[in-house]
Write a protein that binds this ligand. Structure first.
Ligand code: NAG
Ligand code: NAG
Length: 391
């Protein structure tokens, strides 16, 4: 009799453990929002604390600018998917198959069984510089890294791409007339051909903030902040755009189409809004940053597509997780973060999470589960031992 009621209790316990596990797994799948984890700062929390913060926020997609092993190790055995980066300074070396293979074997392969690395960006905003060598090394570097992944059997799980500034467009409005800068056509045409073959998305860093800051009297603030507004009609398609980011995404689709490709997905590798700036950086404020990122988050959660591609949910990595105190440039550059380095939110966009040990910041269910799990396992273990002794 005693044995049977023990087993009943055991079953109840098992059920409870299963329930806790599956609940936390669902929450970690979470929001679909990605975030850029930039580290140009000397005051950021350790990667293992950041991993707790991100899991408590339900954020399961992270983009790095390098392949920092400390970060990749801190996120091992989590559901978090990583885009890792090769900085522009690597491009020349990556055109050499031996060096590309060494890099993948040393920086990617050791992590891949524990940490979900899904993408490598080869170079960032390469066409912003005037360095012709960099421009011509981009595609060969991407191709060499891709071939290395094929040789190592990793090309199905890790894709290869690069991230561009929106400045590669010469025209972005109306969206249907989007086109690439003519001087870049010789690089972009073969790049697109390769990306279509390699099933690689086209990544764009897009900041409606820049457009607003440059002409605040012409660009309606509601239109850049995803607030209710009448929007702009594209006269060629009769599609109405109620926000600038979607217009920019569709302009990139049009530019790609003008080069003969309808087989490449456009994704946003960076977008965001600064909470602070220089006096002449009109629009940089915590209120506007909260509206931009908060409204964007709602659209991501609703899995919205753009007017020209309504069935393709927008795919976004927000810039950035933390304010980065060592970034050069105007004050806005150091104030794109959703979080201060101490783990407190810069403003509230409805994401609740916490860094371990930060008082006054709300706990979420997901993070509670992460803390509860070891305790549950421990009591489970005690229970099994007790039963074994009993029997
Ligand atoms: C995490 O995501 C789940 C399901 O998508 C949701 O119910 C929960 O409220 C989210 N938690 C946080 C802290 O956002
Ligand atoms: C490129 O390769 C050279 C020679 O192996 C090496 O000295 C250099 O550090 C490499 N550059 C980078 C950015 O890794």
């Amino acid at each position: 009799m005693a044995c049977c009621s023990s087993f009943l209790l055991l079953l109840i316990r098992l059920f409870f453990i299963f329930f806790t596990l599956s609940e936390s797994a669902v929450q970690i799948q979470g929001l679909g929002i990605g975030i850029n984890y930039g580290q140009i700062a000397n005051n950021l929390p350790s990667p293992s604390r950041v991993s707790v913060l991100l899991r408590s926020l339900n954020i399961s997609r992270v983009k790095l600018y390098d392949a920092d092993p400390n970060v990749l190790v801190a996120f091992s055995n989590t559901n978090v998917e990583f885009i890792i980066g090769l900085g522009n300074e690597y491009l020349e070396n990556m055109t050499d198959p031996i060096k590309a293979q060494n890099w993948v074997q040393q920086r990617v392969q050791p992590h891949i069984s524990q940490t979900k690395i899904t993408c490598i960006t080869v170079g960032n905003e390469v066409f912003v510089s005037n360095d012709a060598r960099l421009h011509s090394n981009l595609l060969p570097a991407m191709q060499t890294v891709y071939r290395t992944l094929v040789n190592l059997g990793l090309d199905k799980q890790v894709i290869v791409t690069t991230a561009h500034s929106l400045n590669i467009l010469s025209n972005s409005f109306p969206p249907s007339a989007g086109s690439f800068r003519p001087d870049l056509a010789e690089y972009i045409q073969p790049l697109l051909n390769f990306q279509a073959q390699a099933n690689s998305p086209f990544l764009i860093n897009a900041y409606p903030f820049f457009a607003y800051k440059d002409s605040p009297s012409q660009v309606p603030l509601e239109y850049v902040l995803f607030q209710p507004n009448q929007g702009f009609m594209d006269p060629n398609t009769n599609l109405n755009y109620d926000n600038m980011l979607y217009a920019q995404i569709d302009a990139v689709y049009s530019a790609i189409k003008a080069m003969g490709h309808t087989d490449i997905e456009v994704r946003i590798s960076e977008t965001g809004w600064p909470s602070k700036g220089e006096e002449n950086e009109i629009g940089a404020s915590p209120q506007n940053a909260e509206l931009y990122n908060g409204n964007l988050l709602k659209r991501i959660q609703a899995k919205q597509g753009t007017p020209a591609n309504p069935s393709v949910p927008i795919d976004i990595h927000v810039f950035a997780l933390f304010n980065e105190n060592l970034k050069p440039g105007p004050a806005s550059e150091r104030n794109y973060g959703l979080y201060y380095p101490d783990g407190t939110p810069v403003y509230n966009i409805g994401l609740q999470g916490h860094l371990p040990g930060v008082p006054g910041v709300e706990f979420s269910f997901a993070s509670k589960n992460i803390h509860i799990l070891p305790a549950v396992f421990f009591s489970f273990l005690i229970y099994v031992i007790a039963i074994l002794i009993w029997v």
